[in-house]
Design a protein around this ligand. Sequence first.
Ligand code: MRU
Length: 350
Amino acid sequence: MRPLYFENGVLRLIDQTKLPESTVWHECCSYDQVAKAIKDMIIRGAPAIGAAAAYGTVLGMSAIKTKDKTFFFDEVKRIADEIKNTRPTAVNLFWAVDRIVDKAYENREESIEKIIEIALAEAQRIDEEDVKSNRKIGEFGGELIHSGDTILTHCNAGSLATCDYGTALGMVRAAHDAGKQVHVFACETRPFLQGARLTAYELMKDGIPVTVICDNMAGYFMYTQQISCCIVGADRIVSNGDTANKIGTYSIAVLAKENNIPFYVAAPVSTIDFRICCGSRIPIEERDPHEVTHIRGCRIVPDGVNVRNPAFDVTPNRYITAIITDMGILYPPFSKSIQKLGERLNGGGV
Ligand code: MRU
């Protein structure tokens, strides 16, 4: 299930705020519509945000009416900054927009029409590469899943959060497709309910057994030995392996260690931020308190009470058993394994 399509100058997104009740396609014809869709979480999940942002940057470029290259590139920078300003935590957003802008700049000697054509091809490459990366994560990670496993996941790191197939759920899909009996426990993921609404929806659709639990039930199911392993996605992995993911991931990781349960992070290398040394440097998005005070339009908290809504937390590397990427599985010490991965990326060797 793909959450986004780009055709004839229109980016179509499954409106993830409306799932699972209704499948509504949301159309974006301009970069500011894409920026708003990212901010409002019509499209969400690090790799899907990246691909949408790449197409959004191209939409912005296409609408610049000029023959003056200096003005064109000034405008591209302004548009790119606006798109990058939508959500601060998932590094794929910055990675994808920069990839489009860099590609345009590398081809600055071409005509503006040609530059836009090249930028669109690059956005399509980001989209296609993501699907291939997820299949690879599934291939590599499949070996860590055994028949009979009960897998706890948090948030939605599935098809809907990527360009297709998923990262954490890519591993689950690969194991399921290989004939292994797997059962997923999906934490509901307050306040936005990505687990209850999106993970449950896409796994059910694929016939993969899934049970939804409230976030505060995770410890009970781990302590009573009903969970074989935890697999989550990531919004940003930094060079020592500290990982930002949906709020609540840290609590799950600590519980997993306490109960001797492997805790796996599944993510493409585009989610690794090699420039940041440790998790405390990752910007954490704080969202509208309304998401906490209301569930599906219904107020559940007294009017006027103080509310906080950080959307992500950071899991320190010591809680992570392995990071499954599209270039292989990374094991601790992550400072070393991530550095080696960076060298492979820079030096070819891939
Ligand atoms: O706020 P969201 O829904 O964009 O957060 C999504 C997550 O935290 C996912 O786990 C992460 O982006 C990985 S998606 C493959």
